[in-house]
Write a protein that binds this ligand. Structure first.
Ligand code: WT7
Length: 572
């Protein structure tokens, strides 16, 4: 680690080197002066993302550039303001008010941006749902909030089990009335029939709820993490200094807003920085992605290691068919960024890939590679200005450089979660030691302050950068009549970081078979989501358990798995 390679920045690429304050001079208060609310006290994230830029004379600037399977179009900042005002008017007429939860279940599409902004304009708490969520995953989340309002597409609403969600009284569909069923409301039709209400924006406090994202841990069901409008301070300035967004940039974040990256760095940060954002409807495809990068002239690109690895695997010959010379800054998040990927980025895209570290709970990036600084491949970077990181031992003591322990952050940054919905006890588990937020990640910090990820301290699974709770997958599998007992772990994987692996003890009347294996996989896939479905299933006679409580020992399953793969290596 001490002698790891250092890669200096290509200064010509970036614009911020001169603008950064020295670490000691940094204060969050100074960043607040970028917002008019620091004087007026009138706060609303959607206003800062959109309306403010129109007022400042940038209404004609392209805000969104959409490329879908069927169509391609652009929306200006003025379009985005008018549409979100209009939809906010419709929502308000139908009862949405400050503090309500509004779930949004839409694909990657400008409508998703508009719906989120409309809800936020009314002071509602927006809950974007990942487009690949299936019935159970959707139901659990809406149920947990007692959600009343939902905005969905005609395709995705089919996965919403209204009969099991009595609280959900009002469902808006982003389509014409012909595509709505029952009491669903056509948002398009309603929008044609109302006149935009003036001063539709509901001004709120900095600590008023803004968005909710459900996230998995190693135990229990996913928890609703709530962020407040205050988060904009950090989301704006990390957008400026880490993403290095500036006037002429075309920016593409590949995450769906159902993941916190897709909301914070797909919707908020680029708009706060008045950037043009590319939206690509659909999932990964190497040719398609290169085509988007070339066609839209992306300059700043934020994606994840699994995607880079998949692109790498397609070979460099494919890249040479595309002109990707406009790209000047690439960033990564969500899982460990292998040094090979960084080298690949330099060789084939003439760009360093800058790792960033944060979590749903942290609300914005905390450990970053600023474009103006040297990077050490294999390291996640250094704390952002104003952020204090440390490695803590068992009792909360600060460990010296080079030691492995719990990655902790001084809990004083603006975007830190406000609340775990209905679960203050869970909230306090993040702060076992005075003033420190405990991430659950194991890491080490070297003598020069670079942070190196070492793994999770719990059983949380990270597959393709998507956070999966083993408990959620186990709970689903145990519903299947064939399953008597089950333990789910993350198994290391060269492309996806980890894959979901399930160990299953079958009920007596069931026999192990290929068909059953497929059926079980499909059961999770169609109930929860594709990314949560076990890629590997192994049938066992019994599972290792704790002697007293009889809980399945995932650690032991993991250790056995690790031993198996090292045996394989030895036997090669
Ligand atoms: C967990 C958080 C909001 C960011 C996207 C994921 C892992 C995140 C890195 C990185 C290694 C990373 C951690 C973290 N993680 N970034 N750069 N290198 N691991 O957010 O779904 O809340 O997951 O993702 O384990 O705790 P999330």
């Amino acid at each position: 680690m001490a002698n790891s390679t250092i890669i200096q920045p290509n200064k010509g690429h970036y614009n911020i080197a001169e603008e950064l304050p020295s670490w000691e001079d940094f204060s969050w208060k100074d960043i607040e002066t970028n917002f008019s609310w620091s004087q007026t006290g009138k706060v609303n994230m959607a206003y800062e993302c959109v309306d403010r830029h129109v007022e400042a004379g940038f209404g004609e600037k392209t805000a969104l550039h959409y490329i879908g399977e069927q169509e391609e179009y652009k929306l200006t900042y003025r379009d985005l303001k008018e549409k979100s005002d209009l939809w906010a008017t419709v929502l308000k007429k139908r009862g949405v008010k400050k503090g309500d939860f509004v779930f949004v279940f839409l694909p990657k599409h400008p409508d998703c941006h508009i719906a989120m902004l409309a809800a936020i304009k009314l002071g509602a708490v927006v809950g974007p749902l990942f487009e690949a969520f299936m019935e159970d995953a959707v139901k659990e989340r809406i149920q947990d909030c007692g959600g009343t309002f939902l905005i969905a597409s005609p395709e995705l609403v089919k996965r919403v089990q209204r009969d099991q969600l009595p609280s959900l009284t009002t469902v808006f569909i982003t389509a014409e009335p012909e595509q709505c069923t029952g009491d669903e409301i056509s948002l398009f039709e309603e929008a044609r029939n109302v006149e935009t209400e003036e001063n539709i924006i509901e001004w709120v406090d900095l600590d008023h709820g803004l968005n909710i994202h459900y996230t998995s841990g190693s135990t229990g069901k996913p928890k609703g993490i709530i962020h407040a409008h205050r988060a904009m301070i950090q989301q704006y300035i990390t957008g400026r200094w880490v993403l290095d967004l500036k006037e002429g940039d075309i920016y593409w974040c590949t995450a769906h807003p159902g993941w916190v990256t897709g909301t914070v760095y797909g919707v908020f940060a680029p708009l706060l920085n008045r950037t043009t954002t590319v939206i690509h409807g659909g999932r990964f495809g190497a040719e398609e992605w290169y085509d988007i990068l070339e066609r839209t002239g992306v300059t700043v690109w934020y994606s994840a290691p699994t995607a880079f690895r998949m692109l790498m695997a397609k070979g460099d010959k494919l890249i040479s068919n595309y002109d990707l010379s406009k790209i000047r800054h690439i960033l990564s998040v969500g899982e460990p960024l292998n040094p090979e990927i960084v080298r690949w980025g330099i060789e084939t895209l003439s760009n360093r890939i800058h790792d960033t570290w944060w979590m749903t709970e942290t609300g914005a990036q905390l450990i970053v590679n600023l474009p103006s600084e040297a990077i050490k491949p294999g390291s996640m970077g250094k704390p952002f200005p104003g952020i204090e990181a440390a490695i803590l031992g068992e009792d909360g003591e600060i460990l010296e450089a080079g030691a492995v322990g719990q990655l902790a952050l001084k809990a004083n940054w603006p975007s830190l979660m406000r609340e775990v919905w209905k679960d203050p006890a869970k909230y306090s588990t993040y702060f076992p030691f005075d003033g420190w937020y405990l991430s659950g990640d194991l890491a080490t910090i070297d003598e020069t302050g670079y942070v190196f990820f070492q793994g999770r301290s719990d059983d949380m699974i990270n597959s393709s950068g998507e956070r999966i709770g083993p408990f959620e997958v186990e709970s689903k599998l145990i519903e299947h009549p064939a399953v008597a007992e089950v333990g789910v772990i993350g198994k290391p994987d060269a492309v996806r970081g980890e894959i979901v692996k399930a160990f299953i003890v079958l009920n007596k009347e069931y026999q192990e078979s290929k068909e059953l294996l497929e059926e079980l996989r499909l059961f999770v896939r169609s109930g929860l989501a594709a990314h949560a479905a076990p890629r590997e299933i192994e049938f066992l006679e019994e599972l290792p358990k704790t002697p007293i409580s009889g809980k399945v020992l995932r650690r032991e399953l993991k250790a056995r798995e690790a031993k198996k793969s090292s045996d394989l290596l030895v036997n090669k």
